[in-house]
Ligand binder design. Structure first.
Ligand code: ADP
Ligand code: MG
Length: 462
């Protein structure tokens, strides 16, 4: 048995976990944990509550064990015990319990998500569980058509729209359907981000030709969130080659993005036109009826009977995206489970206040500048530089406009924030963008997306 003190082992584990998780997650799962005992082939870790215990056991155990074994190879098992007695739930703790329950629900959902090791598809997504309304019917029809005749009708199929609107659900459904029909088909689901890292690594290891040939032999290649390859020249080059190979052999490509190909910054022209060369279709927030149908279906799936009044209250008030709709529903279902009966409208209103209260829209000049720069794939410093290049002039004008519109800075203040520009330059920029916003559809969409990000990042950090 190695002589490393248990607390040092745990410190090392925490160090590794911290690197692999976001700060928020790390704090949630690893705060107030410690090793309490150790014998020849196991260690026991004390955790603050049953909920963390379950989570560590189910989600992180393998990683924790691997990390422990780097220091003490003889350890075969990590046990978790709840260290502090769980306080009796007081009435005022109800919202805390609900949040715990929500997490448990979510972890149950995560566990039921079987990600196939070969295709990387998640079996839970199917056309059957997708509710169709006017906001998504075209996207749905195209997805079905592609699933019925891959490589024939729309190639590539490119679905775009905001977060949480069902893009991933739809394209995964295509993959699953293709495999249900013909299990021998070669299908691969990946994301722009993952593909980029695979390609970068393959270039480094000189295995890029192998990668190209593996991808080129697929029957269906699905790339989720392809916007992440913006600015990655090498990746784009490889993706372009793969697309051509697949296209030439009538093999299907399906992509999603948060915006149309034209609005993806720093993307090679030939790749952009390849992406536009098949079928472009957008997906939007479902209308009230569709939202209600989604809620009904999901509450049935979860066998939690909620009243129509409650469901339509949720459908009326949650309008951001389907993911948030599900989040609100989860919260209400958790409440129903605690009470062991469907909650009434007043209780539901209460529990959903956090979702419903529109927070005072607050942001900062820095956040705006950073969001604009990120969106256009330039650096914040480019915004303040003297350059008159087309790639920076427009983002700079957009930044000026948003500083004015969103936080009402004065024109001289804006000029100063953007590298000491004259206030008349700022006025000109603001007027120009304002005017164009009214007539230029792509610009309007860009502004919407930038605003959404500005407030999204604020909500997440605050
Ligand atoms: P996106 O990829 O566009 O960000 P997702 O496909 O991840 O969105 O959808 C978010 C969640 O909402 C998923 O759980 C998905 O199953 C669900 N969802 C979205 N649209 C629908 C729909 N029309 N019917 C049923 N569930 C939906
Ligand atoms: Mg998605």
């Amino acid at each position: 048995m190695s002589s490393i003190p248990p607390e040092d082992i745990w410190k090392a584990v925490l160090g590794e976990m911290e690197l692999s998780l976001s700060r928020a997650h790390f704090t949630t799962w690893f705060k107030n944990t410690s090793i309490v005992s150790r014998d020849s082939n196991s260690v026991t870790v004390s955790v603050p509550n049953g909920f963390v215990k379950e989570w560590l056991e189910n989600k992180f155990n393998r990683q924790i064990l691997a990390s422990v074994r780097k220091l003490c190879n003889e350890i075969r098992e990590v046990r978790y015990i709840v260290g502090q007695p769980k306080p009796e739930p007081a009435r005022q703790d109800i919202s805390k319990i609900i949040i715990e329950k929500e997490f448990q629900e979510q972890s149950a959902v995560d566990q039921s998500q079987e990600i196939d090791k070969v295709t990387h598809l998640n079996k839970k997504y199917s056309f059957d569980s997708f509710i169709v309304g006017s906001s998504n019917e075209l996207a749905f029809a195209c997805a079905q058509s592609v699933a019925a005749n891959p490589g024939k009708n729309y190639n590539p199929l490119f679905i775009y729209g905001g977060v949480g609107l069902g893009k991933t659900h739809l394209i995964q459904s295509i993959g699953n359907k293709l495999l249900t029909d013909v299990p021998e088909r070669k299908v691969l689901y990946t994301s722009g981000e993952k593909l980029t890292s695979i390609i970068v690594e393959a270039i480094r290891n000189r295995t890029i030709e192998d990668i190209k040939s593996v991808y080129s032999r697929l029957d269906l290649l699905v790339i989720d969130d392809i916007q992440f390859i913006a600015g990655k020249d090498k990746t784009q080059e490889v993706v372009f080659t793969i697309f051509n190979e697949l296209h030439n052999h009538n093999k299907q490509v399906v992509c999603t993005s948060d915006r149309p190909p034209k609005a993806i910054p720093a993307i090679e022209e030939r790749l952009q036109s390849r992406l536009e060369g098949g079928m472009l279709v957008d997906i939007n927030m479902p209308d009230f009826e569709t939202r209600l149908a989604i809620l009904k279906q999901k509450s049935v799936e979860r066998s939690s009977p909620l009243t129509d009044e409650v469901l339509s209250y949720i459908a009326t008030h949650i309008q951001k995206n389907v993911r948030e709709l599900e989040g609100a529903l989860n919260r209400v279902i958790a409440l129903a489970q605690i009470y062991n009966r469907p909650p009434d409208l007043k209780e539901v209103k209460n529990i959903l206040t956090a979702y419903l209260s529109v927070p005072y829209r607050k942001t900062s000049p820095q956040a705006i500048l950073k969001t604009v720069a990120d969106f256009y794939n330039i650096s914040s410093a480019d915004l303040t530089k003297r350059s008159r290049k087309k790639e920076v002039v427009k983002p700079r004008q957009v930044a000026m406009f948003l500083l004015r519109e969103e936080i009402k800075l004065s024109f001289p203040e804006i000029g100063q924030k953007l590298g000491g520009r004259d206030h008349s330059t700022v006025i000109h920029a603001c007027e120009k963008i304002k005017k164009e916003e009214g007539i230029d559809e792509p610009l309007k969409n860009e502004l919407t997306m930038i605003r959404q990000r500005i407030y999204d990042s604020f909500e997440h950090s605050g």
